[in-house]
Design a protein around this ligand. Sequence first.
Ligand code: ZN
Length: 111
Amino acid sequence: MALWKCQICNFIFEGPAPPDNCPKCGAPKEKFSQLSEQEALSVQKSRRTNYLHMKALTLLHELLAISEEIIKEDLDPPCIKLANSEKEFAQITIQKIKAELESHMKKGKWG
Ligand SMILES: [Zn+2]
């Protein structure tokens, strides 16, 4: 399946031909150009990577909730210390992933 890129808003359309109008910005189909095989491959890679980062985000949010639950149980200091480091890891990594995904979107890699 060919990939078509809107030259106005960078929307990427997948299909045998470009759409009559861009679903995102409404530009006519003349504004679409077909991506080369190389470009199409990098869009697919980028989509896959974004999808995997989103999956990691889901897991980290789960870890965050679990660590907070452990802290609430208040068993003993080593347990709380460990839970705090789990919580900190989750929070920092969530921020890093969000920043990375935002930079993908700014580069027009978000497809
Ligand atoms: Zn567009």
